[in-house]
Design a protein around this ligand. Structure first.
Ligand code: SF4
Length: 307
């Protein structure tokens, strides 16, 4: 049976909480297929020392190392006994076949890297847009893969379990330029959003939580320029931010949370500063201008009032 070990850097524990809510496979079903060597929230603390020793001496094989949280070389942070997170990572990264960065902090640095004075805090192989993570851009694990990033604040549990299952089944994982599995992150939250018709006809949502309207034009939705399958693999199999009437914040992107005013669309002479991926500003202005002129009367009514 393959093995998995989970460690934490600077984190709020959100990805662990997310994983505990996994369904199909559930947390328990997943760990009936793979041996969990250590998890800081589940295992007793001292276990890490004996496990580390055995892995170091190659008495136990480490197939998958999961890192949750941003990393620092500051030895005062994230200690387990005498060991700092960077010392633990240095030992384990030499032995692991695969390393998965669980969540946006481990992937790109996220909030710990942005809001602390310590400039040394970063993701495993990236610091936001730059390949200036804890490991060099050339770093590869024993299997030949770079760190596999499963970003999100937090990550969706199914994104993680599907990636682990792909490893267990020896399936090839194709990664994008930011080391995210393409199978999952080639989609945008805009794909499958139930507000697409409103987007096409440029009907704006008036308030958060309303059933009607698109959240792109005023309320800051990043769905058309974020890589994440949030409207394909729903949260709790029920919903997503945009379905519930809250804009996509772009939390799977390498530049999260660098932007300001999450609930507002930045505009220049009435044109959103960021337009949907793959669309030129010129094409956007033409298309949205036409949509605004030709009204879809059905979409101007409350949904309950439509026939
Ligand atoms: S709410 Fe966001 S994701 Fe949904 S259609 Fe509008 S822009 Fe796209």
């Amino acid at each position: 049976m393959k093995t998995l070990l989970w460690i934490q850097g600077l984190t709020c524990n959100g990805n662990t909480q997310s994983l505990l809510n996994a369904e199909n496979p559930s947390f328990y079903e997943l760990f009936s297929k793979i041996k969990l060597l250590y998890h800081p929230s589940i295992s007793y603390r001292e276990k890490i020392f004996s496990v580390l020793k055995k892995i170091k001496e190659e008495k136990v094989k480490l197939d998958i190392l999961v890192v949750e949280g941003a990393i620092t070389t500051d030895k005062n942070f994230c200690r387990i006994g005498n060991l700092s997170i960077s010392e633990i990572l240095d030992t384990l990264s030499k032995r692991a076949d695969f390393i998965i960065a669980a969540g946006n902090c481990a992937s790109y640095g996220n909030i710990p890297a942005l809001y602390t004075k310590n400039k040394d805090i970063r993701g495993l192989q990236f610091k936001f847009t730059e390949k200036k993570g804890y490991f060099s851009p050339e770093f590869r694990t024993r299997s030949g893969y770079p760190v596999i990033n499963i970003p999100g604040c937090p990550m969706h549990p199914a994104w993680f379990t599907q990636t682990v299952l792909a490893i267990l089944e020896n399936r090839k994982i194709i990664l994008d330029d930011y080391n995210r599995p393409k199978e999952l992150f080639m989609y945008l939250p805009h794909d499958g959003c139930i507000r697409n018709e409103y987007f096409e006809w440029k009907v704006e949502s008036e308030e958060f939580g309303h059933k009607e309207g698109c959240l792109f034009y005023n309320l800051g939705c990043k769905g058309p320029m974020t890589h994440a399958p949030c409207n394909k693999i729903l949260w709790n199999r029920i919903s997503s931010k945009t379905r519930a009437g809250s804009p996509c914040l772009g939390c799977t992107e390498f530049n999260f949370p660098l932007r300001e005013n999450y609930f507002e669309t930045k505009k220049n002479i009435g044109i959103p500063e960021e337009v949907p991926l793959g669309v030129s500003k010129r094409a956007y202005i033409t298309i949205s201008g036409v949509a605004k002129t030709l009204k879809n009367e059905r979409l101007l009514k409350k949904l309950e009032e439509t026939e």
